[in-house]
Design a binder for this molecule. Structure first.
Ligand SMILES: [Fe+2]
Length: 201
């Protein structure tokens, strides 16, 4: 049996962060030009209004398709991040990509996702803090996570409660938009091929 190499310092911090606060941030992982390429790519994909889930239509936002063979998907799950998570969990058996776009008055209430073992959120467009729209992760206590465009966040969306605060217009930013790319990872072979769509919850 091959011997797994020792965990890197970054892997050890990732494990510690997930244990202690439920999330790990990879700051400034996407450069401004890369962000531009991702957003340009996503603008060519299908956008659809999406409810919280099949039975709860109390909250809606836009989801954007992101096929795995696109340049956007390559940036949402780079080879470097793949190596980082594979050192701990092994290579993922399935990766599903999409983007969420929230506008004024929209939010996602507290929930856990129904599938996937790890999720990587990429901040694409983040409004001023005064507009709200912050990601809140509940792990032992509530953490308001302030992301900047290009930051990536790793957490287990299916085992950790999370939500976003409502997005509100201000005088300086009357039409705020919060856009994040999502990469959902599965590590179990049994999950492979079981995902028919990219529904969030
Ligand atoms: Fe979620």
């Amino acid at each position: 049996m091959p011997k797994r190499s020792p965990l890197s310092c970054e892997d050890q911090v990732l494990i510690q962060d997930l244990s202690e606060r439920g999330f790990h941030i990879l700051p400034s992982r996407l450069s401004q030009p890369s962000l531009g390429r991702v957003i340009d790519c996503l603008k060519q994909q299908r956008l659809r209004r999406t409810p919280l889930n099949d039975t709860d239509h109390s909250h809606w936002w836009d989801e954007v398709d992101c096929p795995a063979n696109t340049i956007a998907a390559q940036h949402l799950f780079t080879e470097q991040v793949k190596e980082l998570v594979s050192q701990i969990w092994g290579p993922p058996s399935l990766c599903v990509f999409w983007a969420n776009v929230y506008r004024a008055g929209e939010r996602i209430p507290r929930h856990r996702d129904t599938e996937g073992e790890l999720q990587i959120i990429t901040a694409l467009s983040i409004p001023p803090h005064a507009c709200g729209g912050a990601l809140i992760i509940h792990h032992q206590q509530s953490h308001e996570v302030l992301l900047s465009p290009g930051d990536q966040l790793i957490f287990s969306a299916s085992t950790t409660d999370h939500e976003t605060s409502v997005l509100s217009g201000t005088a300086d930013c009357p039409n705020p938009i919060r856009a994040v790319g999502v990469c959902r990872l599965f590590f179990s072979a049994a999950e492979n091929g079981s995902v028919a769509n990219s529904s969030l919850t």
